[in-house]
Write a protein that binds this ligand. Structure first.
Ligand SMILES: Cc1cc2nc3c(=O)[nH]c(=O)nc-3n(C[C@H](O)[C@H](O)[C@H](O)COP(=O)(O)OP(=O)(O)OC[C@H]3O[C@@H](n4cnc5c(N)ncnc54)[C@H](O)[C@@H]3O)c2cc1C
Length: 377
């Protein structure tokens, strides 16, 4: 039996970020079922930092992460943020949606503004003028270096003597004499005062292994594909552009465009594949709305965005199981929220409540609680 203060289950961004935070004053072990960290959702993201998107709790956690990402600690070796303005645009007859979106988000992104169709084309000349009625613009949106952030947290964690076990799938957890005893598939055993469930799409499976009621998490497949850009070098200066009705988005990726059909098909937890039908549908619509003239796909992948029914993350100790801490349900925002979510979670694990700066931003522990009414428990 290997003994620690805290066992974190999952080596994606959620797991390594809270593991780093807690390793400042605790002995911490990360158990990851795969032979590599970040193999699942964390390694498959679109790498954007978009403060306008998500629920208000997501927006509070994203804006609360910005200062960390702008001035990262030295264990994050390259700058994690680079400029990538956001345009959400409306097709004809859909401007009311853009106006409602602007009204809902402007307090989170005060430099954002509405755009006329001509302004959308000026900022993003690959959009066809006849296809656009209006837009929303956030000049302060960013691109993320996901690897730099994930590997940085791992580096910081190891520097604090943190321990990582790969190929260690948790299959059972029991509370015995005031501590958790955890078994992994190989038969090895671990014990800890506290378990942090950071298992992403498998969050409810891990709870079930510990004899705790599932929370109603739903993993949803999101596909990404890369295509050539007719713009050459100019591609890199373009914004990320999304359809307000959720048909697709595209963003510059070197000399290519990274595109998504914005699919969200419910799935079991798994090694997700891209949905080729959804990709074909998005290519049709992109060729209608833009001058990308997509003829083939260079590569594609799929990943799982895992949501609670109310789309807020689930963060906090389980009310019915001593020492079992939930940190799941980050949906499509787990990278951009990770610094604030890790800081918040570590503070709650220590029993210290939420950091004041996050409360001031609107982080509400009741809205994140594993005991809230919005969950299927
Ligand atoms: C296509 C796509 C685009 C996205 N774009 C963005 C974006 O632009 N910006 C953004 O912020 N977010 C984005 N996201 C969301 C973001 O990637 C996720 O919210 C985040 O990666 C979730 O991290 P995680 O650590 O919770 O999950 P994961 O990275 O999936 O990590 C969970 C880990 O737990 C492990 N595990 C599961 N069960 C067990 C077990 N029993 N024992 C041991 N280990 C276990 C898994 O192997 C896995 O490694 C996107 C997601 C997708 C799919």
């Amino acid at each position: 039996m290997k003994n620690f203060d805290v066992i974190v289950i999952g080596g994606g961004i959620a797991g390594v970020s809270i593991a780093y935070e807690l390793s400042n004053d605790r002995s911490v072990c990360v158990l990851e079922m795969e032979s590599a960290l970040a193999f699942h959702t964390t390694g498959r993201s679109a790498a954007t930092f978009l403060e306008a998107l998500g629920t208000d709790q997501i927006r509070a956690l994203t804006t609360g992460s910005r200062a960390f990402l702008e001035n990262p600690p030295s264990f994050i070796e390259s700058a994690p943020l680079s400029p990538l303005p956001l345009i959400m645009y409306a097709k004809h007859g859909r401007s009311a949606e853009i106006e409602a979106f602007n009204a809902a988000v402007s307090r989170w992104v005060p430099n954002s503004r509405l755009l006329s169709a001509d302004e959308v084309i000026e900022i993003c000349p690959v959009m066809k003028r006849e296809h656009v009625e209006s837009g929303f613009y956030d000049p302060n949106s960013m691109e993320l270096d996901v690897l730099a952030i994930h590997q940085g947290y791992v580096r910081g964690f190891r520097a604090n003597s943190g321990h990582i076990e790969k190929s260690a799938r948790v299959v059972d957890a029991q509370r015995i004499n005031g501590r958790w005893e955890i078994a992994v598939a190989s038969g090895e055993k671990f014990s800890a005062d506290v378990i942090v469930n950071a298992a992403g799409a498998w969050g409810d499976d891990v709870a079930t292994h510990a004899g705790i009621a599932a929370s109603g998490l739903v993993p949803k497949v999101r596909s990404i594909f890369l295509v050539n850009s007719p713009q050459g070098d100019a591609t890199k200066n373009l914004p990320i552009v999304g359809d307000i009705d959720g048909a697709y988005y595209f963003k510059p990726e070197g000399h290519q465009f990274l595109c998504s059909p914005m699919d969200q098909t419910p799935s079991e937890p798994c090694d997700a594949s891209p949905d080729t039908l959804e990709i074909a549908r998005a290519i049709d619509e992109l060729n209608d709305a833009t001058t990308l003239n997509i003829k083939s796909v260079n590569s594609s992948w799929g990943g799982l965005r895992t949501f609670a029914p109310d789309e807020n993350p689930i963060v906090g100790y389980d009310a019915g199981a001593e020492g079992f801490f939930w940190m799941v349900g980050q949906g499509g925002y787990g990278i951009q929220t990770s610094p604030a979510l890790a800081r918040l979670s570590a503070s709650l694990v220590r029993g210290q409540g939420a950091p004041q700066d996050l409360i001031d931003r609107g982080v509400d522990l009741d809205a994140l609680s594993p005991a809230r009414a919005g969950l299927n428990r």
